[in-house]
Design a binder for this molecule. Structure first.
Ligand SMILES: [Zn+2]
Length: 440
């Protein structure tokens, strides 16, 4: 059920607490762009790091690249983007406002009631010029997807590291799409980040690889804290699939504005490498060492939009409840992606012995993870609420019992849990263990 109110609350909290800001805001903004603030950038990095760890670093069959955003335009001719990466566009004859033809009632303009002209195809790639000339020979595009940089480096990776099939190349980076109608906060952007894998297989092994990636994508959803009942597989029917794809699954998520695409998993056959072999004139065949058979590998492509993943995380984590007769808002982030892992606080900031002990505790916990915040501002309840709102899983308070006022509690501190507000009394090494376990 779409929940407009929830969307507004998420956008407002994201701005208020420094997760996501509108792009170029002091100049009135730029549609389809958003900037990540101090907490948002850490959340984004945590998600990307987890993805790299799961899909690149912990596997022997995966390699990374970081390709240039600007690429020889021939790559986008070969991939079909120059010809076909387009959306249908209509313009109102009266007010000249432009709309995506598949998102508007074509009988009349929603803004002024005027008539529309013919539907035209609008290419979504951003075009610019490399060098001091601006003729057709110097045209370059901001890449519309990161995959191009992976295919262009397939031969380099094979020649330098000699991987055996099946193997994959992973990349995280920016991509650009000149959307006619950017919308829904960080869901549909003109500048976005992608996490993509091209997994190269012998054609006889595509089904097994596809199934393994399907499962791996669900594991990633679980790892970043998306509830399994909010992630849905949509088997894309033949008629809607790209002509070269033999099977595609859209992973959809229940956003506050409805069920929409989150990630994609596609079996792309040998379409890409074959197109780049033809386009470049360079042989992109792979030779099997044992059978000596030469062929163009087939590709399984799991593709993840970073920004819409972050939106799914924010939407899943957003909670309101009543605590101490007050309404509180908190973000129930999975500890491993939470931007701040714990906050350490002296009960009173004007008692030097409490402050000194709290500093010592913080330093100790920072051996587990560097993202341990400090807050000695205002009363303790307010400090907890501030951390709840940014999704900090643990708050640790140092009080007079820590210093030995109650002898049997000496060197213990209060650990307060974000989701329940429950508190327990533990030693610092015990707390270090709790944090370590939670973020593993
Ligand atoms: Zn109009």
């Amino acid at each position: 059920m779409p929940d407009k109110n929830l969307m507004e609350k998420i956008v407002s909290l994201a701005k208020r607490r420094g997760f996501v800001f509108p792009g170029s805001e002091i100049y009135g903004g730029l549609a389809g762009t958003f900037d990540y603030g101090p907490l948002g950038v850490v959340l984004k990095e945590n998600v990307e790091r987890l993805w790299l760890r799961m899909f690149r670093d912990s596997r022997d069959d995966m390699y990374g690249v970081d390709a240039a955003i600007l690429m020889n335009s021939k790559i986008w001719i070969a991939s079909g983007h120059v010809e076909g990466f387009q959306d249908p566009l209509v313009e109102c004859k009266k007010c000249h406002h432009r709309f995506r033809a598949d998102q508007v009632d074509l009988s009349r303009c929603p803004d002024c009631g005027g008539d529309f002209g013919e539907v035209q195809q609008f290419n979504m790639m951003f075009k610019t010029f490399a060098g001091a000339t601006s003729d057709s020979g110097s045209v370059v595009y901001l890449r519309p997807e990161t995959a191009g940089g992976i295919f262009a480096n397939f031969k380099n990776v094979v020649d330098s590291l000699h991987p055996k099939l099946p193997f994959g190349i992973a990349q995280i980076g920016k991509a650009f799409r000149n959307e006619i109608a950017p919308r829904d906060f960080i869901f549909r952007l003109r500048e976005l980040s992608q996490m993509e894998v091209e997994y190269f297989v012998n054609p006889s092994g595509w089904e097994q690889a596809f199934e393994e990636w399907r499962k791996a994508m669900h594991l990633f959803a679980e790892a970043i804290g998306l509830p399994s009942d909010s992630v849905h597989e949509l088997e894309v029917p033949d008629t809607d699939r790209a002509h070269y794809s033999k099977r595609t699954i859209d992973f959809e998520f229940d956003y506050p504005f409805g069920r929409k695409e989150l990630w994609g998993l596609a079996y792309r056959t040998d379409f890409d490498l074959d197109a780049h072999q033809k386009g470049s004139g360079v042989n992109l065949e792979y030779q099997d060492e044992e059978t000596k058979e030469k062929f163009i590998p087939h590709v399984i492509e799991p593709s993840f939009g970073v920004d819409r993943t972050l939106l799914a995380i924010l939407a899943s984590a957003y909670r309101e409840d009543t605590m101490g007769e007050e309404t509180r808002t908190y973000l129930a982030f999975a500890p491993k992606i939470a931007p701040v892992k714990a906050m350490v606080s002296p009960l009173l900031k004007n008692k030097p012995e409490l402050v000194a002990k709290a500093r010592e505790v913080r330093k100790e916990l920072q051996k587990v993870h560097s993202a341990i915040a400090w807050d000695d501002n205002g009363n303790i309840g307010k400090r907890y609420r501030r951390q709840d709102e940014i999704g900090t899983p643990f708050c640790i308070t140092i009080d007079f019992d820590t210093l030995g006022e109650t002898p049997n509690l000496k060197d213990t501190v209060t650990l307060r849990h974000r989701d329940t507000g429950e508190q327990e009394r533990l030693t610092v090494p015990e707390i270090a263990n709790r944090i370590r376990t939670a973020i593993e």
